[in-house]
Each structure stands twice: as structure tokens, then as C-alpha cells.
Design a protein around this ligand. Structure first.
Ligand code: FES
Length: 203
């Protein structure tokens, strides 16, 4: 079968071969259209379409690119700052004892309510020495409890246990309790808090 258009005028073809139609008047591949020729696009319209297409490309590029750039730059972002927070007067903690204390998360929003209260365990080792532990178990984060009788912190979830100095004693936790920095300023115990400790980011 020939690729040549049967309606193309040629010397070989007689008017009868084209069914009598004048050249270029048949609605087929030869560009004819029975007289219904397409109007060429005006330069203004072409310009508009071009700019519209470019705008769409820029918008799509921004939608894809901005999150990727944000992700790449997040590695250089400063970590949430730890700040010194008061836990109250030193005297409320008895030497040789462990007691729960609470501080308000410095990064809390007004609508956080009670969830911005962060509990921690305070151990007073001596008159001037303290240890402050995060309450979350280093296994899967359940809150641990101090048991004076057994002198152990116990986790209710999978039986993790820690000694009074925070070291791992038994069970699945991969390490000891997370310990916050502390200091005494003008007879006031302060904890350096603000970030919830995790295995990848212990305090
Ligand atoms: S969460 Fe504490 S032992 Fe699993």
C-alpha cells in the first residue's frame, strides 16, 4: 500500500482519480479541509499560552523542589535548645531519697495544657549532689516508677529495671535511664530540659 496521499494532485492522476475534487479540497491528510482551514493562532494568544505553560512549570517545580530543599537543609537546623528550668528549693529533696518532680516544657504552646508538664525523677545523693532522670524507659518509652522497697526503677511495660543511679539492671532496655544535667543556683535546683530524650538523641 502506498503512503502517498491519494488526493494529492499529480500529473499521472486524472480528475477522475481524485473523484473530481479540486486539489487541497478533500478533508484528509493532504491538508485539505473542504474549505474549513484552521485559523492560525494569533501572536498574542501564542504568547499567552507560552507564559501560562511556563507558569505551570514553575509552580510544579516549586511544589516538588521546596520540600526537598527543606529536607536537605533540615540537617543544618539548630537542635531545639535545652534550657535551665527551676525545680524549686533544694530543701524539698531529702538526702538519700528519690522523688518525682515536674517542670513545664519550655517549648510548650498555650493550648498544650497538662501535656506540657514533664515529670522527672530527682535523686539527692548528698547535700550538694543530685541526679535527675527522664521518666521514659529507654526501651519503648513507658514511664518508669521508683520503688523504695526494692531500690529499683521498674518499667510496667516489659519488665525493664534500673538501679537507683540510673544504670540498667534487667530486662529489654538497651541502656540506663536518660539523665539530665542539673545545677544548684541560690539554693534552687535547676534541670536542663526542653528536649525529650531518645536513643538517637539522649540528653
Ligand atoms: S518500655 Fe520499658 S521495658 Fe519496654
Amino acid at each position: 500500500m502506498s503512503d502517498e496521499c491519494p488526493h494529492k494532485p499529480s500529473e499521472e492522476k486524472t480528475p477522475s482519480a481524485d473523484n473530481g475534487a479540486p486539489p487541497g479540497s478533500h478533508p484528509c491528510c493532504c491538508g485539505g479541509g473542504g474549505g474549513a482551514k484552521k485559523k492560525p493562532m494569533s501572536p498574542e494568544r501564542r504568547n499567552f499560552m507560552l507564559k501560562f505553560g511556563m507558569g505551570l512549570n514553575v509552580a510544579a517545580g516549586a511544589m516538588i523542589g521546596i520540600p526537598i530543599i527543606g529536607y536537605l537543609f533540615s540537617a543544618f537546623k539548630k537542635e531545639s535548645p535545652q534550657v535551665w528550668i527551676s525545680l524549686g528549693a533544694v530543701d524539698q529533696f531529702e538526702v538519700g531519697k528519690i522523688k518525682m518532680a515536674t517542670y513545664v516544657n519550655p517549648g510548650a504552646k498555650p493550648w498544650d495544657g497538662k501535656s506540657s508538664d514533664i515529670p522527672c525523677w530527682v535523686r539527692r545523693k548528698s547535700k550538694t549532689e543530685f541526679q535527675i532522670f527522664a521518666i521514659n524507659c529507654t526501651h519503648l518509652g513507658c514511664p518508669v516508677r521508683w520503688f523504695e522497697e526494692s531500690k529499683l526503677f521498674l518499667c510496667p511495660c516489659h519488665g525493664g529495671a534500673y538501679y537507683e543511679n540510673g544504670d540498667h539492671a534487667a530486662g529489654p532496655p538497651p541502656r540506663g535511664l536518660y539523665e539530665y544535667e542539673n545545677r544548684i543556683v541560690k539554693n534552687e535546683l535547676q534541670v536542663k530540659g526542653g528536649q525529650i530524650p531518645t536513643l538517637s538523641q539522649p540528653v
